[in-house]
Design a protein around this ligand. Structure first.
Ligand SMILES: CCCCCCCCCCCCC/C=C/C(=O)SCCNC(=O)CCNC(=O)[C@H](O)C(C)(C)COP(=O)(O)OP(=O)(O)OC[C@H]1O[C@@H](n2cnc3c(N)ncnc32)[C@H](O)[C@@H]1OP(=O)(O)O
Length: 356
């Protein structure tokens, strides 16, 4: 006599779930042919240890591929509907066989199943966007780390080179700073333009304006005042400007590098948010000296002077721009000192709050 196990079923829009009540099922054979599912297995069912089998002809077409998973207590079968939809019943016969019952553990009505799909979709979407976000974050971190590393190496080379040369050649080293250092300084300062973009695109949590002032201020000095006037190349002021710039950067960039990995070294943080106090005014002062020294050279050489129509005059000297720039410099100094003061307060206030 054929023994039939108890079979519980539930459906979703795309699948049918069958739970066959057989413990320690072995030699399981499940297949779907001509829309009929046939099951046979040995196991412990309602009639003890025996061979059990059943077959079901589905209400609507299903795919022939069937998957099952056997656990100690039951065999779970999943069948995929040929077409997505909600079935009125499981099998073609209107009268349901005695061994078949709804699986109330998995039972959902149509609208609940739709909600479940929507929730699943939402979860999948969230996971995908989190994945994308994580990918973006790690790409951003990698990019920032490499950028900061390159700048750190560049400015360290400048600082160490200048220090060593100062020790070896003493005062003489002040006169050829431009020749020995300017290439690397050009490179680092050009690259620093990236910082304005970083701030503009929100890659780093900072204002665009202070960064713009910083980068354009320095680039004006190095490319226009020093770069375009050979007479400026041998001025000791080049040494002071470069030394003051690089002194802060060999601290600032490693601070950012650690920040990329949410790490911090307290001494470095303190230096980053303290060294600017003497360095920034000194740096701007050195730059102002350079600008003042260059004024008469621009006047004499008429470099960058703006030609005027003959009836008005000869030309407008670039030194007028430099005078305006001198005023802007101190305005820029004021804006950035205020910005750095706020950053310092924010940094140390958060630290204190965290420590409490
Ligand atoms: C419209 C144009 C007008 C032009 C007019 C020109 C006038 C020019 C006048 C001024 C001329 C100035 C010339 C410069 C002279 C000198 O430099 S003198 C030497 C001393 N200098 C300094 O001490 C200044 C050094 N520079 C800076 O500090 C910056 O460039 C800054 C823009 C002034 C301030 O930096 P900012 O990013 O705003 O502050 P931070 O606290 O450091 O950073 C904020 C958060 O952002 C994170 N972050 C920033 N950059 C990076 C990065 N590259 N990588 C990773 N992370 C970064 C940083 O970690 C902070 O995050 P939190 O730690 O989470 O807070």
């Amino acid at each position: 006599m054929t023994l039939t196990p108890l079979v519980y079923w539930a459906q979703r829009h795309e699948e049918i779930y069958l739970r066959v009540e057989l413990t320690d099922a072995q030699n399981i054979a499940v297949c779907v042919q001509e829309n009929i599912l046939r099951f046979r297995a040995q196991g412990h069912g309602a009639k003890g240890q025996n061979e059990y089998e059943f077959s079901l002809e589905f209400f609507l077409p299903v795919k022939p591929e069937v998957s099952y998973k056997s656990t100690q207590r039951q065999v779970n079968i999943t069948v995929h509907k040929e077409q997505r939809g909600w079935w009125d019943r499981l099998i073609v016969q209107e009268r349901k066989p005695a061994f078949l019952a709804p699986d109330f553990d998995r039972w959902l009505d149509e609208s609940d199943a739709e909600t479940e799909i929507r929730e699943k979709e939402e979860r999948r979407r969230l996971k995908a966007s989190r994945h994308k976000e994580e990918g973006f974050v790690s790409l951003k971190t990698g990019y920032l780390f490499v950028y900061n590393l390159v700048q750190f190496l560049g400015f360290s080379w400048i600082f160490v080179n200048m220090t060593v040369r100062l020790f070896i050649f003493g005062k003489d080293s002040l006169y050829d700073t431009f020749h020995t250092i300017s290439d690397v300084m050009f490179f680092c300062q050009l690259l620093a333009a990236v910082e304005v973009l970083n701030a503009a695109f929100g890659f780093v949590k900072t204002g665009v304006f202070p960064t713009l002032i910083q980068v354009s201020g320095r680039n004006f000095i190095i490319f226009v005042v020093f770069g375009s006037l050979e007479e400026m190349h041998r001025q000791p002021v080049v040494f002071f400007v470069f030394y003051l710039w690089s002194a802060i950067e060999i601290v600032r960039y490693p601070y950012y590098m650690l920040g990329c990995f949410n790490t911090e070294w307290k001494t470095l943080t303190w230096l980053r948010y303290t060294m600017w106090i003497p360095l920034y005014p000194l740096g701007v002062l050195a730059e102002a000296v350079a600008v003042i020294q260059s004024i008469h050279i621009f006047d004499e050489t008429k470099l960058f002077s703006i030609p005027l129509p003959k009836n008005i005059g000869t030309s407008i000297s670039f030194s007028y721009i430099l005078h305006i720039y001198l005023v802007l410099m101190f305005l820029g100094l004021f804006i950035n000192v205020r910005h750095l003061y706020k950053q310092r307060k924010r940094r140390f206030r958060t630290k204190k709050r965290k420590a409490n």
